[in-house]
Design a protein around this ligand. Structure first.
Ligand SMILES: Cc1cc2nc3c(=O)[nH]c(=O)nc-3n(C[C@H](O)[C@H](O)[C@H](O)COP(=O)(O)OP(=O)(O)OC[C@H]3O[C@@H](n4cnc5c(N)ncnc54)[C@H](O)[C@@H]3O)c2cc1C
Length: 279
């Protein structure tokens, strides 16, 4: 049971959603954009979150789009993870959409909610980070389209009242060699010990991780070292690890030492799979 009352709004346009957000904020209702609702409902039940109003973005046509437009795959923020997984249009984006939670939950969980939620793993962002997707954000000043590597810094950088309405992924990347791996402590349906995805583009590896640090990331610095063919494979791995963007985050899934061991193995696997001649 949710121990507080809140108002529910379902606008049918981007502009209306933003106007509602402003009006509700001004009246002190601390509104939240609502997508799949799985996290909002769970946190509200536990009293980890309080709001007086939610704005459901599922009635906005742009948020439900899933289509190829020119050279982009446009994915609405309210599209479920299962839908993205089952499409298989860009394999590494589909595979990373299949990482969070269990199949039944992924029927509800949306890509926007997973990327913008409070839970630190946000595994579906990994495919977009390595795939150089763009984040399409709507706010009071209208639409802005930002490369996800710029828009996502530990979390998606949104100004007050803004929301993610689409992701635009590069269709030309759909043929690139890739790997996607989720390592958990026990079963697949757990938070990740480490999950990662990598592609090889123009002879360089692009890789992103969740579970290593306390936020998901893709690090160009690490990529510089992993792609340095002037040094040995072991040196490439060690130098990449020593340039993580933050300390390894030990938790119930695994200690930082154990995560470092798993990360080393994953980087070895990445090089073995993606670094060979002719790949
Ligand atoms: C059983 C279970 C297991 C899970 N396991 C994992 C896991 O292993 N890995 C992992 O990464 N995650 C996992 N999660 C977390 C889960 O992915 C998030 O809680 C969920 O993705 C939220 O998605 P939603 O669409 O339901 O979002 P909602 O509950 O609708 O929203 C979540 C938050 O994001 C905000 N928000 C939603 N959409 C937007 C938007 N378009 N723009 C701006 N803000 C927005 C909301 O205001 C809210 O603060 C798990 C969740 C469950 C229920």
């Amino acid at each position: 049971m949710i121990a507080f009352n809140f108002e529910y709004y379902k606008p049918d346009s981007l502009g209306e959603a933003v106007k509602l957000y402003r009006k509700l904020s001004e009246s002190g209702k601390e509104p939240l954009y609502y997508s799949g609702g799985t996290e909002i409902i769970t946190m509200a039940r536990r009293n980890d979150l309080v709001t007086k109003a939610v704005i459901d973005i599922k009635g906005i046509p742009e948020c439900n789009v899933f289509e190829i437009k020119g050279d982009k795959l446009i994915i609405g923020a309210a599209v479920t993870l299962n839908h993205i997984d089952e499409s298989k249009l860009i394999s590494f984006i589909s595979n990373t959409a299949d990482f969070p939670a269990d199949h039944t939950s992924r029927n509800k969980i949306t890509v926007g909610g997973n990327i913008c939620g409070k839970i630190i793993y946000k595994e579906s962002v990994l495919g977009h980070l390595i795939g150089d997707s763009s984040a399409c954000i709507y706010g009071e000043k209208g639409k802005r389209i930002v490369p996800i590597m710029q828009a996502f810094n530990q979390t998606l950088q949104l100004e007050k009242g803004e929301f993610l309405f689409q992701l635009a992924a590069e269709m030309s990347y759909s043929t690139l060699p890739y790997i996607s791996v989720k390592k958990t402590k026990q079963g697949k349906m757990e938070y990740p010990l480490i999950s990662m995805a990598a592609i090889k583009k123009n002879n360089n590896i692009q890789m992103a991780f969740s579970g290593v640090c306390s936020f998901p990331f893709r690090s160009r610095e690490m990529e510089k070292y992993i792609n340095n063919r002037a040094i040995t494979k072991e040196q490439r791995i060690e130098q990449a690890i020593s340039h993580l963007p933050a300390p390894i985050f030990g938790n119930i899934q695994g200690s930082s030492e154990y995560k470092k061991f798993v990360l080393r193995n994953l980087l070895e696997h990445t090089l073995e799979t993606l670094d060979g001649e002719g790949i």
